[in-house]
Design a protein around this ligand. Structure first.
Ligand code: 5GP
Length: 202
């Protein structure tokens, strides 16, 4: 039987580089990214079904009513939610399941899965965050201002997470996440069967 996988919640303000970091992490064996549903417009470079499932508000609401959404939130006027479908299945297969969600969703996940591991990705400074948002040119100035305001209130929530990782140099941030996953996998609470197995009692 596989050891149960880790549910890893990654939050961080818009522009902190969650996608870039996860693109790298996803190349590792045993990492399963959960694809969220959203009602926001697709950015040019995004692929439906890979980065998000882009859906209508009506479809999103139907999924909530059918109890097929694990958690959801409204962020900057759009719905975002985690489909329930395969999360438990992946965890039972021993995979590290990664949810890229904002702070409210992360708090909900911690309630549903108390042993979830939460990581907050920080930008090196607010100035860098602002520069990144303007550089990626996917939002207009108003939306960027809105996201910077949200960013400040999100960063204030970082203290409720298990870990913080600063995304200044991409490779270091990815390596920090690998270290966290590796250490979490070795926690005694996740290895209760291991000692018995070694003693061949199971
Ligand atoms: P963006 O529009 O920049 O892709 O995402 C906006 C925010 O929504 C980000 O903080 C992102 O992590 C969050 N988000 C994406 N998917 C989900 C989800 O399924 N649930 C929740 N609660 N937040 C999400």
């Amino acid at each position: 039987m596989n050891k149960k996988g880790i549910l890893l919640v990654l939050s961080g303000p818009s522009g902190s580089g969650k996608d870039t970091v996860l693109n790298e992490l996803a190349k590792d064996d045993g990492i399963q990214l959960s694809v969220s549903m959203t009602t926001r417009a697709k950015r040019d470079w995004e692929i439906d079904g890979t980065h998000y499932y882009f859906v209508t508000p009506e479809y999103f609401k139907r999924k909530i009513e059918a109890d097929e959404v694990l958690e959801y939130t409204v962020y900057s006027g759009n719905y975002y939610g985690t489909p329930k479908a395969a999360i438990d299945e992946w965890l039972n297969e021993g995979k590290t399941v990664v949810l890229k969600i904002e702070v409210e969703g992360a708090a909900n996940i911690r309630r549903i899965y108390p042993d979830a591991v939460s990581v907050f990705l920080l930008p090196p400074s607010m100035k860098v965050l602002e520069e990144r948002l303007f550089r990626r040119e996917s939002e207009d100035t108003e939306e960027i201002k809105r996201r910077l305001k949200i960013a400040e209130s999100e960063i204030l929530q970082a203290e409720y997470y298990d870990y913080v990782v600063v995304n200044d140099v991409l490779d270091y941030a990815v390596s920090d996440l690998r270290t966290i996953i590796s250490a979490e996998n070795k926690k005694t609470s996740r290895n209760k069967d291991l000692i018995n197995k070694i003693l061949k009692r199971i």
